[in-house]
Design a protein. Structure first.
Length: 329
């Protein structure tokens, strides 16, 4: 009753921002992401009579209960599988956690897959995505590789709110995302808290929602056509619209720091010079720069020279979550 899974993080090109239900987690709008080879989490789960309770260790530290209910998510798997044992969970990520780099997406995706396998629960990829979504919304997208859409769904039970592959990673191998790190510490406002506050208090939230279906449609076309400019421009504007709702929330949530703005302006400057680069940002100050393989060298060099940039992580379209044979304990 032991299994290990790896899952890549995913970065949204059309963002999930706001819930229509928190139990089960259901989004206000659909979203589209790229699964990122380059930012991964590996998780081993073992169920055994010898464990008196669930224990979770993330990057060598014991996980303390917070708003992301990892223990409750393990219980969900146990209930579905009809098992009574407790779990030992050990998880490691190769990138900073809780800094707006989608660590909960890769984390919950790897955890759910490993826990199901260890518990002997056989689920289809769609069922796995629905179960993963109940732990953390964006994680349901990391079940799949390449470019992925998470459908909003209409039903209250969430049975039609699942992720699905648009195209696999091999469809667009030249696509790149450079995660540009300006801060690695835990963010002051969590995504979960931030999106709840936005839905409750942002006067423009309904205007954001009114534009998302259009973005989803154009983004899907752009990916299918491998039209980089179209993907980049829709992603950039979608991220700015999402941040506009955050900024106009009470109290205002401003994730950007001066280095964030430095990168935004540098990307715009590069475009003026004819280098195809676009930015997207999530619930944190770090910026993800979208580009193509041929421009990575030049863009990375320019980003590294900017004040406040500590590190860059190069990502390309990656695989969905998978079971591996080497355990962490
Ligand atoms: C996204 N983010 O689409 C958006 C963009 C952050 C900004 O999904 O409460 O950790 O666990 O469902 O998935 C981060 O939110 O939130 C997120 P929960 P989650 O990637």
């Amino acid at each position: 009753m032991k299994a290990t899974a790896t899952a890549n993080a995913n970065i949204a090109l059309v963002k999930y921002w706001g819930k229509r239900s928190s139990d089960p987690i259901l989004p206000q709008n659909g979203s589209i992401s790229m699964t990122c080879e380059g930012m991964a989490t590996k998780t081993t789960v073992e169920f055994s009579e010898q464990y008196a309770e669930h224990t979770v260790t993330i990057n060598d530290e014991e996980f303390k209960k917070d708003e992301k209910d990892i223990h409750g998510h393990i219980d969900r798997v146990c209930k579905l599988a009809g098992i009574k044992q407790h779990a030992r969970v050990v998880s490691e990520s190769n990138f900073p956690v809780a800094a707006g780099l989608a660590s909960s997406a890769s984390g919950f995706s790897a955890l759910t897959m490993a826990a199901c396998q260890a518990a002997g629960l056989k689920l289809s990829p769609r069922e796995l995505s629905i179960l993963t979504r109940q732990g953390s919304g964006s994680a349901c997208r990391s079940v799949f590789g390449g470019f992925v859409e998470w459908h909003r769904g209409q039903r209250d039970d969430g049975s039609d709110s699942y992720a699905e592959e648009i195209v696999g990673k091999e469809y667009w191998p030249e696509f790149r995302m450079i995660a540009t790190i300006v801060e690695s510490k835990k963010k002051p406002v969590s995504s979960r808290g931030g999106m709840a506050q936005t839905v409750a208090t942002c006067p423009y939230y309904k205007d954001w929602l009114a534009t998302v279906d259009g973005d989803l449609k154009v983004m899907k076309e752009a990916i299918e056509e491998r039209d980089f400019e179209k993907v980049g421009s829709v992603a950039e504007f979608n991220a700015l619209k999402m941040h506009a709702t955050m900024i106009t929330t009470k109290p205002s949530i401003i994730y950007w720091i001066p280095a964030t703005m430095e990168i935004i302006h540098a990307v715009r400057q590069m475009r003026e010079e004819g280098i195809q680069a676009y930015f997207t940002m999530d619930a944190g100050p770090n910026v993800k720069v979208l580009c193509q393989e041929q421009d990575v060298k030049e863009i990375s060099m320019r980003l590294a020279e900017l004040e406040g940039v500590t590190n860059t992580i190069l990502c390309k379209p990656g695989d969905g979550a998978k079971i591996v044979t080497e355990h962490l304990f």
